[in-house]
Design a protein around this ligand. Structure first.
Ligand code: PLP
Length: 382
């Protein structure tokens, strides 16, 4: 291999979903947020009830992979009107979240125009640009008889990622439970569904301690304590996908500058973004391939090949004897790591992706992609 690359292990995804289901109980449904990693969609699909899809591009990927419409919830703060119209016309059974009153009007008008029944989840805001206010939800529910083609399934809520506090999760569920109760008592509306993004955390760095089992079983108890018991669907991205991915990058140079050891690798921060990492201050879980059990002999700053002093993957990491030609393997790279980087900066190659299938074979599903052409001016015909 002469460039950095990723591997995503589908067997690991299946095991991970099984583990989460075992902790959460059979009554809870799962929606995989495909923004975390679109390459594992085929591997996740048989094990979750739904996929959360947030852009026309993500929807196109799902369609190509044969995801049935009824397994998609079309979410996202801006839904391109043309995309939504085409979606309403050509597919039946998709669920749409309502993120604004503009979106609500769009969906309502389309449902009237084409006399198509649309399934909606009203997204409650978390005091950000996402979702709508409680008063707006109440208004829509109060007026629901005016919208003959809109079927309002219930509420959606997501307030953030890497949430480690059970107290915060419990507070949010209590508020949502209160809202569901109020909708029932005041408007006679009984929500069928609550779709909730838990933001369950992933432990990315050496020395972090996260009692995941306690957090998730504690959360299950919180759900069991709700007074309203609509169908609960949990939207999860990183908690499903992170553990299945590894990022491999090769040591291409080695030096000692002013008393500091540097390893230069052929990848970099444009290809590997860990939540909470800043200037390589934290140590992601990584190893030198083939030397996993060898003792550390020295500490290294691992830097990528961008022309930027920020391109540091980790600082002062103890490693065994390491040199040019060695491969470094970064763990937990299955969610967002690959897509949150500035892939077009410096017109470097986008790495290959391999899927590790259930029988253990490694299949190339994206060849390395040369980006210089994307940054080269030419007459562009649309
Ligand atoms: C609406 C929504 N649901 C679910 C997720 C997935 O979050 P996580 O990866 O923390 O599980 C996101 C992530 O941004 C989101 O925006």
């Amino acid at each position: 291999m002469d460039t950095a690359f990723y591997t995503f292990d589908l067997g690991r995804v299946r095991q991970r979903v099984g583990y989460l289901r075992q902790l959460l109980g059979a009554e809870v449904s799962l929606a995989y947020a495909v923004k975390a990693n679109t390459f594992i969609i085929g591997g996740v699909l048989p094990y979750v009830e739904r996929l959360e899809v947030c852009s026309p591009g993500e929807a196109a990927i799902c369609e190509q992979l044969g995801v049935p419409p009824e397994k998609m919830v079309i979410s996202g703060v801006y839904k391109t009107p043309g995309f939504i119209e085409a979606s309403v016309l050509s597919t039946q059974g998709r669920i749409y979240t309502v993120e604004s009153m503009t979106q609500f009007d769009l969906l309502r008008n389309l449902s009237d125009k084409y006399q198509k029944r649309l399934l909606l989840l009203l997204r409650l805001t978390n005091d950000s640009q996402f979702g709508i206010n409680e008063e707006e939800i109440r208004r829509i529910i109060a007026d629901r008889d005016k919208y003959p083609y809109l079927h309002i399934l219930g509420i959606q809520f997501f307030s953030g990622t890497q949430k480690t506090s059970l107290k915060k999760l419990a507070r949010e569920i209590r508020q949502l439970d209160g809202l569901l109760l109020a909708l029932e008592e005041e408007y006679g509306y009984r929500a069928e569904e609550l779709e909730y993004g838990t933001g369950f955390p992933v432990s990315y760095y050496d020395g972090e301690s996260l009692d995941e089992e306690a957090l998730i079983t504690g959360f299950r108890e919180v759900l069991e304590g709700m007074t309203r018991r609509p169908k609960i669907t949990l939207e999860l991205g990183r908690s499903i996908a992170a553990c299945c991915g590894k990022y491999y990058t090769h040591v291409v140079d080695k030096k000692r500058n002013k008393g500091q050891n540097y390893l230069l690798v052929d990848g970099g921060m444009h290809q590997l973004v860990y939540f909470g990492q800043y200037m390589g201050m934290k140590h992601p879980i990584l190893s030198v391939c083939g030397k996993e059990t060898a003792p550390s002999t020295d500490s290294w700053n691992i830097c990528g090949s961008l022309c930027s002093m920020n391109d540091i993957l980790a600082k002062q990491v103890p490693l065994p004897e390491v040199g040019i030609g060695d491969t470094l393997c970064f763990e937990n790279a299955g969610a967002y790591c690959m897509t949150e980087g500035m892939a077009l900066f410096l017109s470097r190659e986008i790495p290959a992706v391999y899927l590790i299938t259930e029988d253990g074979s490694q299949v190339l599903v994206r060849a390395p992609f040369e980006t210089a052409r994307l940054n080269t001016p030419r007459e562009a015909a649309r």
